[in-house]
Design a protein around this ligand. Structure first.
Ligand code: ADP
Ligand code: MG
Length: 326
């Protein structure tokens, strides 16, 4: 009897392992790239594929970093900032398209999202508590204007129509990297995954029978969540005044600038956007942060397929139309 049950048990094991490969598991990696935390988690039934998938995501993040970082002198973006005020500079299709999309988003957000914010923004060094003087902000403010960016689609060139223009894709490049990473995972046959770059997260499928639980941080408490959302096959980006900042004389100097004033924007503490594309979530969360509750909510509510949650500067939460309807 004992032998029989042992036999049945081992047959049972064999059958289970035939149908559910032993290496079926979640494969994860975490690295610091693009000045932020990158996290990837994939479900794979094959150990090799699992490792290949997480590696491919990190390789893609580093590729985009080398292409778009303003801190790497040889990046295409740095070369644009060095030369585009003198003559048109030919760039890769990828960078050209992301700049073109950024300009379109400037138009759609009444200039709240503007990659030329960097004309003043480059003078901030949050780690070393440095900011531009009032004099510098005043003299550089006119360089913040996406209309200074001239694109030639045929030649695939970019030029700046003002001598002091600088651009920075910090408000959109991480979302773009996350979308690319998800596309790479899909092409590898992965069906369940999470990819996060700083405040930008995109989910592929569900967490195998369960939704992913994604938190929105409390802007004033690092280890507390303000909201936790069950999400499936969608993306979420959060922009907050706590990501990069320093305090001086009771004022918080942080990394989201109002293109109108050249100063940090103080309308809200955090904005989260939920939608299918991380690239758009990323840019929209930055734009809504600058626009504030009223104009920001109006923008979210008229953008089909996108939802949002804003925490205002009194710490009150505001939900977009479709979220309150649920
Ligand atoms: P992060 O995940 O780095 O917090 P956000 O989506 O919150 O990114 O965007 C902040 C980044 O966007 C800044 O670090 C800066 O590079 C860029 N940025 C700041 N202000 C603007 C603006 N008005 N328009 C476009 N990009 C901006
Ligand atoms: Mg953003």
């Amino acid at each position: 009897m004992k032998r029989l049950s042992l036999l049945m048990f081992s047959w049972g094991l064999l059958i289970t392992s035939l149908f559910c490969p032993v290496s079926a598991a979640w494969y994860q990696d975490k690295q610091g790239i693009m000045g932020t935390n990158i996290q990837v988690e994939v479900w794979s039934e094959d150990e090799n594929l699992g490792h290949q998938a997480t590696t491919a995501v990190m390789v893609e993040m580093e590729r985009i970093n080398q292409l778009m970082s303003p801190y790497i002198d040889s990046s295409e973006l740095a070369i644009l900032n060095q030369q585009a005020a003198q003559h048109p500079v030919k760039v890769s299709k990828e960078l050209f398209d992301l700049i073109a999309l950024s300009i379109q988003l400037s138009l759609e957000t009444q200039g709240a999202f503007d990659i030329t914010f960097a004309s003043v923004g480059y003078l901030y060094d949050y780690r070393n508590h440095q900011k531009p003087s009032e004099q510098q902000v005043k003299s550089l403010l006119e360089a913040i204007n996406f209309r200074h960016l001239q694109l030639n689609e045929q030649e695939q060139t970019v030029s700046f129509a003002h001598p002091k223009v600088k651009i920075d894709l910090g408000g959109i490049a991480k979302g773009h990297a996350v979308d690319n990473a998800i596309a790479i995972l899909q092409a590898m046959g992965i069906q369940h995954a999470l990819v996060t770059a700083g405040g930008d997260t995109r989910l592929l499928g569900d967490r195998r029978g369960k939704p992913w639980m994604v938190g929105i941080r409390d802007p004033r408490h690092e280890d507390k969540q303000a909201v936790i959302l069950p999400l499936v096959n969608i993306a979420l980006s959060t922009s907050g005044d706590y990501e990069r900042y320093f305090e001086q004389d009771g004022q918080r100097y942080h990394h989201i600038l109002s293109p109108q004033s050249g100063h940090s924007s103080y309308a809200v503490q955090s904005v989260s956007i939920i939608g299918p594309r991380s690239t758009l979530n990323d840019a929209l969360s930055t734009a809504v942060f600058v626009l504030g509750v009223q104009q920001g909510m109006d923008l979210i509510n008229r953008t089909p397929g996108y939802d949002g949650i804003i925490m205002d500067n009194q710490r009150k939460l505001h939900y977009s139309k479709d979220l309150t309807a649920q």
